[in-house]
Each structure stands twice: as C-alpha cells, then as structure tokens.
Design a protein around this ligand. Sequence first.
Ligand code: ATP
Length: 252
Amino acid sequence: MNKKVLQAKQLEYHYGLKGVNLTIHSHEKIALIGINGAGKSTLLKILAGILEPDRGEVYLHDTALKKMKRRQFVKKIAWLSQMDNPSPDFLVEDYIALGRMPFRYPPNALQDKEALQFAIERCQISGLLGRKLGELSGGERQRVFLARCLVQTPDILLLDEPTNHMDLKTKIEIVSVLKDLPITVVCIVHDFHLISHFFERVILLDKGRIIKDGIIKDVLFSNEFQNVFRLKTHIVKVDDGTEEFIFRSYVS
Ligand SMILES: Nc1ncnc2c1ncn2[C@@H]1O[C@H](COP(=O)(O)OP(=O)(O)OP(=O)(O)O)[C@@H](O)[C@H]1O
C-alpha cells in the first residue's frame, strides 16, 4: 500500500458529519458518493482546510492541518468547489494563474510557466486562451476551474462534482485526465458509470457517516449502497468481453 497522505480522525461537524475516520494514500483515485445532503461537500471542505471541524482532526503527511499555515497546505492540497463563481471578466489564462499565488515568494517564472503549460495541456484548454470566463459554456468553465487546481501542482486534488455541466463525452475525457494524474484524487461523483471505469476506491457517505469504503465491486454490490440509493446492482458482459455495472431502481 502506498504512503498515507491525508488522514481524518473522528471528524464531527454540526451540519452533517458524525465520527468520520478516513485514511487516504498517495496516488489513490477515490470516488466519494452519497445521496444529496449526505455530507460529501462538507467532508471535502474539511479535508481541504476550508471548514474547521467541531471535533476531530485532519492530518496532512502526519501534521495536523490546523497547525499549518494556509499558504503551506495550499501548495499540497487543491480544492475545486461546487460553487466557484469568479468574475465573468477574467481572461482564462489570468484566472488559471491565480492557482500560482501560493508560490509567489520567492517567484519562479520557469516553474510558473511549466505548471501553466501542464495544466493547459492536461485539461485541453489551449483553444480557450484569450477568452473571458463569462463567454464560456458550463463544461468549458469546469475545465478551466480544474486547470486552476492543477497549476497548484498539488499532491492531493479534492474535487466537488468536477463533471457538472459536462456532456458524456467531456465527462469521460475529464475523468480520464484525473485517472492519469500522478497524484491523489478524491472526487464527488454522482454518475456511477464513471465510477466503475475510472476510480479504484469508493467511499459511501450517508447521514454524515461513512457506511461503506472499499473497492468498487464491494461497494456497488453492498446492501448499504443498494439501500441508500434504492437501486439493485447488476453486472453484464459487454461484446468486447469487459464487464459493466447496470443499476435498476426499485420501490419497496
Ligand atoms: N451552511 C449550512 N447551513 C445549514 N445547513 C447546512 C450548511 N451546510 C451544509 N448544511 C447541511 O449539511 C448537510 C450536508 O450538506 P453537504 O452539502 O455536505 O451535502 P452533500 O452530500 O454534498 O449534498 P449534495 O449532493 O446535494 O451536494 C445537508 O443536510 C445540508 O443541508
């Protein structure tokens, strides 16, 4: 097992988190799932140091997050919010460059340039440079937001529904990008078909508690998953020999 990078111990938060324990290892690709209001965004914000838990602690590489300066841990953890609403007048490249703010002292123009090139290439947004955020479609904006996270050159990427507003083709392209990143990714996902192809570990939250945590098959076939979503999981063989999960809803 890879080295642990992020750990949550006994997290409690008045809006919806109860006794959450979690260990995340380097390079893991984790999907965080649960019905609306389960506490997914709250957990992600606490892991990102945006919200402080009422009780419990988050550790980044064994150091308590609250003992670190913000500019220290934002070089390690990038967080993509569900509600990012920057000025529509921002040029794409200027907005992405904001992700380099923690690296200004001392400035390093070469590293800034390399980080920018990497993010633009991975998110495939070179065609959007020179345009304003307000002129972009929802899916294009999401790519730009993801690029702003990548220029932070983080070890850990925490993403709150990054495939919002994207068509299926773009969704698959973006999660493929995430899958190939040489870093840890924790991503809130509502589309279970994306989960089965691109993530290794699934964490199921319900009413602020982690009720299942494991490899995809174990979670998607668990009673906990099927009860929470009122779904029955099936597996089918596709023509090319691979397996696909399908989900049928039931009412009881
Ligand atoms: N600032 C707040 N004030 C009041 N209630 C809040 C606040 N923030 C979160 N909550 C509540 O905490 C619970 C968890 O919210 P959270 O946004 O973490 O859920 P979620 O699983 O991310 O939901 P979704 O899938 O709808 O985004 C919800 O019941 C929500 O109403």
